[in-house]
Design a protein around this ligand. Sequence first.
Ligand code: MN
Length: 191
Amino acid sequence: MKRELIKLPYRPDELQPVIGKNTVDCHHGKHLQAYVNNLNNLVAGTPFEEADLETIVRASDGALFNNAGQVLNHELYFTQFAPGGAPLQEGKLRDALVATFGTFDDFRARFEAEGVALFGSGWVWLAADAAGRLSIVKEPNAGNPVTKQLRPLLGFDVWEHAYYLDYQNRRADHLKALWAIVDWKAVQARY
Ligand code: MN
């Protein structure tokens, strides 16, 4: 099975000014496409050829882990945004965020701080365990909480390719701005 690049649920210019069109074009069309191509080449003729992404990520290491992880990560990433965002509704995710982090604003501040504190390239995730308990998980490089038996709900990419064209070295400004385009309806559906 040849894996295809996911289609974006918005036009590449529709996340502006939070994420510029050039960043979306390059991040989706070049970086993610390269991970998809690498993954297709790596699994060809192996038992992983028909496996789903989470299975590959949990069972692999090295180049296969890196490329499968980055395909999984970016599929979650690009489908959690919408032009103008969508607010977090009342419900079990909001209740769990408030119970775990204090207020919704406290959660967002913690999440941003963890993303800023991550050294080098990687991801900051909001994740849930099997009982629905929430945590913020920092992962280096291609890491995803599925390797810790956690379900990823929301992920901010802190690789420089995610923000450098728009924000240069100002990762904190980029992470703070991302809230304006988070589609909480999509995030809630993962919980
Ligand atoms: Mn990326």
